[in-house]
Design a protein around this ligand. Structure first.
Ligand code: DGJ
Length: 548
């Protein structure tokens, strides 16, 4: 009797500890961490891969937003990116209205989905369209950028302190509100502005900005860029002076906005970038004309990194027609001091000149991205039969969504690789470990129940859409987790393995319930002949390999 009471007490204490631990994890501030060169978001104290989509620009309103949840659920997204509009949030100077933000929070919680809020403030696609009307109509207090001839454009000057202060105050008010209204951290990250920089002028030529341009380049920037001596902007930067000045002005401004927000609630914060060169080099691109000048384009990274320490990462919006260029852009943005996150990628509609872009999520994952989101969730109509690109996209997200927390943990531990179908290449080999205990995973596109054609086939158009994808993660010396779509995966022993042959000991299909693996059936026969044969719907398998 006594023992039971003690056991009961111990069990109750353990349950309390577990509850306290869970409760405190739920309250833990989301953060971005990097270990051994690998970055991840930590949400509720655990690695998190942001599997997301962004809603259309005018969909951050409760009525409109309610229409996108079926698509989010069908894709098993864990995060939705939703704009917050300065014009709505501060209709009168100093008076804030958080009704819309609160309704968005409520909807996300009801759908067990996290949010990234996009602050549409001073900049939206290189313009000032989302600033409140009291800012738009008072050009004396809130100056615009001016051309050399003194003609204003519809972009606020990044050199005017009043603009920066007004935006900082509004953003700080938003973060202060979230601190109170969102203790459970439904919001895991903030995007500060949207595709910042100016379209219409390379920089502000107003007399006030010109005076700064003609003065010596600030010493902190000179130091950060390893520039010796001194001089004004034209003397130090020559042909790049205007754009560098713009980047310095915009990055300092946005840093002030982000810092004011972080003072209230230090969530991870990033800026997104309208690419300088959507297509492969060499392409002539003119700042302020072809892309917003002063934004975080790769050529301006050193300036942004030096002047915007409150921004955790610079992120590319990738709308490019070629898969080769897509991967180049990821490389350009993924730097030791800049984790990769893709907040906007071509989404759910045919894009001129592009096909097979359902693969891009898998590129990003294989490249160690902390997150990936397709743009334009509103355009996915899950009540209609899905076909082609849309179907391929949805299946790709859905498959990862079934084990997103496990996926994030394996990615952060460096145990995960991906293989993605390319035009003209029908096989990819992934290596796990080295020496005699190493395994190779040979991924072939497309799957087939016939023995693989020898040698490697190089047909340029295999599945038509080119959307074969696989994630392979090592769980132990001979154990793997494999998620695949439209491909075949064979596990091979190292080339010098003393005549030994590989064999599959067990192939379980299943799912994760939290972190618990729940097998649903065993694969064998046609499903495993010549390798694991994945169809278009995708499956998640746990495999134990052996040899004889
Ligand atoms: C990129 C912008 O960041 C988005 O807000 C949206 O305007 C898309 N372009 C439209 O394709």
């Amino acid at each position: 009797m006594r023992r039971n009471w003690v056991e009961g007490k111990i069990a109750a204490a353990a349950a309390l500890c577990l509850f306290a631990a869970t409760a405190s994890h739920a309250q833990e501030m989301p953060k971005l961490v990097t270990e051994q060169g690998r970055a991840t978001l930590m949400v509720e104290g655990q690695p998190f891969f942001l599997l997301g989509a962004q809603v259309d620009n005018s969909s951050g309103w409760p009525d409109r937003l309610s229409a996108v949840w079926p698509a989010a659920e069908r894709m098993r997204l864990n995060t939705l990116e939703v704009p917050v509009y300065w014009e709505q949030m501060e209709p009168v100077k100093g008076t804030f209205d958080f009704k819309v933000v609160d309704a968005v929070l409520e909807q996300a919680r009801a759908h067990k989905t996290h949010l990234v809020l996009l602050w549409f403030g001073t900049w939206k696609n290189g313009k000032m369209h989302y600033v409140p009307d009291w800012v738009k109509s008072d050009t004396k207090t809130y100056p615009r950028m001016l051309s050399k001839a003194g003609v204003p454009i519809d972009v606020l000057s990044p050199n005017a302190p009043a603009n920066m202060e007004a935006d900082s105050k509004a953003f700080a008010a938003l973060m202060r509100h979230l601190k109170e209204a969102d203790p459970q951290h439904t919001v895991i990250m903030m995007q500060v502005e949207n595709e910042s920089g100016s379209l219409g002028l390379v920089r502000d030529f107003s007399p006030m900005a010109q005076a700064i341009f003609d003065a010596p380049v600030p010493a902190d920037l000179m130091r950060a860029l390893h520039k010796a001596g001194s001089g004004n902007w034209a003397q130090v930067f020559g042909d790049d002076a205007d754009e560098t000045f713009a980047a310095w002005s915009v990055s300092r401004y946005i840093n002030a906005v982000a810092a004011a927000g972080k003072k209230e609630l230090p969530l991870p914060m990033y800026v997104n970038n309208w690419l300088k060169s959507p297509r492969a080099f060499p392409v002539s691109t003119i700042p302020g004309d072809d892309y917003p000048s002063g934004g975080p384009t790769v050529n301006m990274f050193p300036v942004w990194k030096a002047m915007a320490p409150s921004i955790d990462l610079l992120a590319p919006d990738i709308y490019v027609p070629s898969s080769e260029r897509y991967r180049e852009v990821m490389k350009e943005f993924h730097q030791p001091d800049n984790p990769l996150m893709i907040p906007e990628s071509l989404g759910f509609e045919p894009f001129p000149g592009a096909s097979g872009y359902a693969r891009y999520l898998y590129y990003a994952l294989g490249d160690g991205a902390v997150g990936f989101a397709n743009f334009g969730l509103d355009r996915l109509h899950v009540d209609e039969p899905l076909t082609g690109e849309s179907l391929a996209q949805v299946e790709g997200f859905h498959l990862l969504g079934t084990f997103d927390r496990e996926l994030a943990a394996l990615k952060f531990a460096g145990k995960l690789q991906t293989a993605v179908e390319e035009n003209g290449i029908s096989q990819k080999e992934l290596e796990f470990g080295i020496g005699a205990s190493a395994w190779r995973a040979l991924v072939s596109f497309p799957p087939s129940y016939d023995p693989p054609a020898a040698p490697i086939s190089t047909t340029s158009d295999t599945t038509g859409l080119h959307v074969g994808r696989a994630v392979v993660a090592s769980l132990g010396p001979n154990e793997f987790l494999v998620a695949g779509i439209d491909c075949r995966v064979q596990f091979l022993l190292p080339v010098h393995s003393g005549g030994k042959q590989p064999q599959m000991l067990k192939v379980e299909e299943g799912r994760y319930d939290g972190t618990t693996w729940v097998p649903t059936r065993l694969w064998n026969g046609d499903e495993t002949d010549y390798g694991l044969n994945f169809g278009g719907k995708g499956s998640l398998l746990r495999i134990t390999m052996g040899s004889y």
